[in-house]
Ligand binder design. Structure first.
Ligand SMILES: [Zn+2]
Length: 147
C-alpha cells in the first residue's frame, strides 16, 4: 500500500461518516451497522497504508543517509584519459587510478592494483587493465588543479 491508497481510503471513510451524520435517525439498524462496518474497514485500510508509507519514507531516509556518507568519504580526483586518479591530502596523486567499472556500477572508489602479470586489475570486480590506452599513472607534467 502507498500514500495514494491511504488517501483514497481516508476519503472513503470521511464520505461514510458524512452520510452517517446526514441520515442520523433515519437509517434503520441494519443499514447503520453496515455503514459502520464499512467505515471501520476504510479506516483500517487508511491506517495500514499510512503505516506502510511511513516505513517506506524511513527506508528512503536511511538510504539517503547512506549515500551521503559514501559520497562524503570519497577522495578528490582528477580525470585523465577516462580514468579518475585519487588526490591525497598532500595534493599529490596516490598512484594508480580508480576502477571506472566500480565507480560507475557501485559508486565506490577502488584503486586498481598491480597484477601478477603485465596487466593491472581491480581487486573488487577483477576487471583487467593494461591495454587500450590505460594510464597506470598520471603523466609527470600533469597539472593538478588546487582543491
Ligand atoms: Zn572494479
Amino acid at each position: 500500500m502507498d500514500i495514494m491508497t491511504g488517501l483514497s481510503a481516508a476519503a472513503k471513510a470521511l464520505e461514510i461518516a458524512k452520510s452517517l451524520r446526514e441520515f442520523e435517525g433515519k437509517l434503520n439498524d441494519a443499514t447503520f451497522k453496515h455503514q459502520i462496518a464499512e467505515l471501520y474497514t476504510a479506516l483500517a485500510d487508511a491506517k495500514m497504508a499510512l503505516a506502510d508509507a511511513r516505513q517506506e519514507l524511513s527506508d528512503k531516509d536511511a538510504e539517503i543517509a547512506r549515500l551521503k556518507a559514501v559520497d562524503a568519504s570519497k577522495m578528490r580526483t582528477v580525470s585523465y584519459n577516462g580514468y579518475n586518479f585519487g588526490i591525497g591530502a598532500d595534493g599529490k596523486p596516490i598512484g594508480r587510478p580508480f576502477c571506472p567499472v566500480c565507480e560507475k556500477t557501485k559508486g565506490i572508489q577502488v584503486q586498481i592494483t598491480r597484477g601478477l602479470s603485465k596487466h593491472d586489475l581491480c581487486p573488487s570486480c577483477k576487471a583487467v587493465y593494461g591495454t587500450g590506452g590505460y594510464p597506470w599513472k598520471l603523466p609527470d607534467d600533469f597539472e593538478i588543479p588546487p582543491a
